[in-house]
Design a protein around this ligand. Structure first.
Ligand code: HEM
Length: 107
C-alpha cells in the first residue's frame, strides 16, 4: 500500500548510507536492493558478500518477507558474521514499511 511505502521511504534513510535503490542504483558499502524482496540471498552478481551469505545461498535461502523481517530486526541474530554492520530496526511497523518501500521501488 502506498502510504506504508511512503513511510518506508523515510525509514530507508537509515539504510541509504550503504544501499541504493531505483534506476541507476549502484553498489556501495552494501549491495543494490532492487528486486531483493522474494529473491535468493546474494541477489547481486559481483558484490562481495560474507561467507554466511554465500553459505545461505547454497542452502537455497530466499528473502521472503518473513526472513527479511527477522533479518532487519537483528541482522547478527540471523547471520552472526554478516558484513552488514547495522543494529537493526526496533519497530515492527518500520520493518513492514521499509519492506513495502523496497517492493514499490523495484518490481
Ligand atoms: C545486505 C537491507 C542497512 C550494509 C543487505 C540485504 C538486505 C539489506 C535485504 C541482503 C542483500 C542481498 O542478499 O543481496 C538493509 C536495510 C537497511 C540496511 C533495509 C536499513 C534498514 C544497512 C547499513 C549498512 C548495510 C546501514 C552499512 C553500514 C550491508 C552489507 C550487506 C547488506 C555490507 C551484505 C551483507 C553480507 O554480505 O553479509 N542489506 N540494509 N546495510 N547490507 Fe544492508
Amino acid at each position: 500500500d502506498a502510504d506504508l511505502a511512503a513511510q518506508g521511504e523515510k525509514v530507508f534513510k537509515k539504510c541509504a548510507a550503504c544501499h541504493q535503490v531505483g534506476e541507476g542504483a549502484k553498489n556501495k558499502t552494501g549491495p543494490v536492493l532492487n528486486g531483493v524482496v522474494g529473491a535468493p540471498i546474494t541477489h547481486i552478481e559481483g558484490f562481495k558478500y560474507s561467507k554466511d551469505f554465500t553459505d545461505a545461498h547454497a542452502e537455497g535461502f530466499i528473502w521472503t518477507e518473513e526472513n527479511l523481517t527477522a533479518y532487519l530486526h537483528k541482522p547478527k541474530a540471523m547471520f552472526p558474521k554478516t558484513k552488514m554492520t547495522f543494529a537493526g530496526l526496533k519497530k515492527d511497523e518500520e520493518i513492514a514499511a521499509v519492506i513495502e518501500y523496497l517492493k514499490s521501488v523495484s518490481q
